[in-house]
Design a protein around this ligand. Structure first.
Ligand code: FAD
Length: 395
């Protein structure tokens, strides 16, 4: 083992949560070390989230020239729902005076990584945490291995698990890698990335007799589309022509602009909230603390909300020796997390057809959709949740 290294905050994971936290801590003069098992190229090349809440955009925009969210991102003032041969637009701007932005997660990560490295951040790629020790002491440690298999120990005043849905830090907080409230869904999304112009100006959520589809975008040149599939579906079992036919059948009346498909994957749906978000001097943020099905576009947005709270708590702890915000971290964060869990579950169950759905279930679902789109109160709830509830703390 090499000589242990010391820092004030050790952060496992250079995803949106870990990088944003290191940025905010450094603005307050608090040093951190961030490690990630993946390479910089892998992190910057993985296409995931696309829809950012207004509050998330305001946080990223506060980085000024270091973030391109306002110059490259695209504001969406609404979203479309298609079902039973009808098309309805939920007008966010008119209903709640807020919007969402289409700005790919990997573009936000490129901004954050460049900004952190320019500021001299100790950011180590290819370093994998094996576990967190001494969580209850005031000197917790991260035990990690670098790309050459050498062991590394990071000693810190606080450890943050920002290491995604397969978090290793979770064991130090909840006592087990899976300690949490969990729900699995009987369907998944078959997702594609295609080199094609956008098929629509805004996102289309379509519930058709053939099943669910989401028509989304990533940039003027690259589009992201999904359709409901079996969780065990093989992403390579369909030809490109079969994929386009499946998608097209599920958005009747909208002509999809087709192009070469350069990525395809099957995305299982899970809802998870860890039993605890903090134990002693270790806390969880982002997907390490919770995961949501992607239907409501909440995952990265929740990660940002957690980070703002934990940043405030760590500043109080490390700069003022005030433990109260840290003691309240889990309770405050969980209020938003469970609201987002409900919204993600609700959008998912309202739009997808369960394999055992009866005629009654399908007709009830149409009634539910009409209850939302034909009612200002129903539409306003969706608009408020989709664009994001106010953040507890700003930047
Ligand atoms: C297809 C898809 C679409 C999505 N769309 C949206 C959307 O529109 N809006 C939205 O808000 N969210 C969306 N999400 C969810 C969003 O991508 C995640 O919620 C977000 O990435 C969570 O950020 P994070 O930093 O908590 O975790 P992650 O982004 O998972 O980052 C964790 C990091 O930790 C690293 N790591 C893991 N284990 C270790 C270890 N042992 N040691 C060191 N490093 C480790 C990983 O390499 C990774 O870089 C989507 C997700 C998917 C898959």
């Amino acid at each position: 083992m090499t000589q242990p290294v010391s820092t004030r905050v050790a952060i496992i994971g250079a995803g949106p949560a870990g990088l944003l936290l290191s940025h905010l801590l450094s603005e307050a003069g608090i040093d951190s070390i961030v490690i990630d098992s993946r390479s910089r190229a892998e992190i910057e090349g993985t296409v995931r989230a696309g829809i950012l809440e207004q509050g998330t955009v305001e946080v990223l925009a506060s980085m000024g020239a270091a973030s391109r969210v306002l110059t490259t991102g695209k504001r969406h003032d609404g979203v479309e729902f298609h079902f039973d041969g009808e098309r309805h637009r939920i007008d966010f701007a008119a209903l709640v005076g807020r919007s969402v932005w289409l700005y790919p997660q990997h573009e936000a990560l490129k901004d954050l990584i460049a900004a952190r490295l320019a500021a001299g951040q100790d950011l180590r790629f290819g370093v994998t945490a094996q576990g967190v020790e001494d969580a209850s002491s005031d000197r917790p440690r991260v035990i990690a291995t670098d790309a050459d298999g050498r062991q590394l120990e990071i000693q810190a005043e606080f450890v943050v698990g920002a290491d995604g849905s397969r978090s290793v830090a979770r064991t130090a907080v909840t006592g087990s890698p899976t300690g949490g409230y969990f729900r699995e869904y009987p369907f998944a999304w078959f997702g594609i990335l295609t080199e094609a112009p956008p098929s629509a100006e805004e996102l289309i959520y379509s519930s058709s007799p053939a099943g669910f589809a989401l028509i989304s975008q990533r940039s003027p040149e690259v589009q992201r589309m999904y359709f409901q599939c079996d969780p065990d579906a093989d992403p390579n079992a369909l030809t490109d022509a079969e994929i386009w036919a499946t998608l097209q059948e599920r958005v009747p009346g909208t002509e999809l602009a087709e192009g070469p498909i350069f990525q395809r994957d099957v995305l299982r749906f899970r809802s998870f909230v860890a039993h605890e978000l903090r134990h002693g001097r270790v806390a969880l943020v982002g997907d390490a603390a919770h995961t949501v099905p992607p239907t409501g576009a909440k995952g990265m947005n929740l990660a940002v909300a957690d980070v703002l709270l934990l940043n405030r708590a760590l500043q109080a702890l490390l700069l003022e020796r005030d433990e109260r915000p840290l003691d309240g971290y889990a309770e405050t964060a969980l209020r938003r997390i469970w609201k987002a869990q409900h919204f993600s579950w609700w959008m998912t169950s309202m739009l997808h057809t369960a394999p055992d759905a009866s005629d009654f279930d399908q007709r009830r679902q149409l009634g539910e959709l009409r209850g939302v789109v034909e009612s200002e109160a129903g539409s306003a709830y969706l608009a408020e949740a989709y664009t994001g509830w106010p953040l507890e703390v700003g930047v």
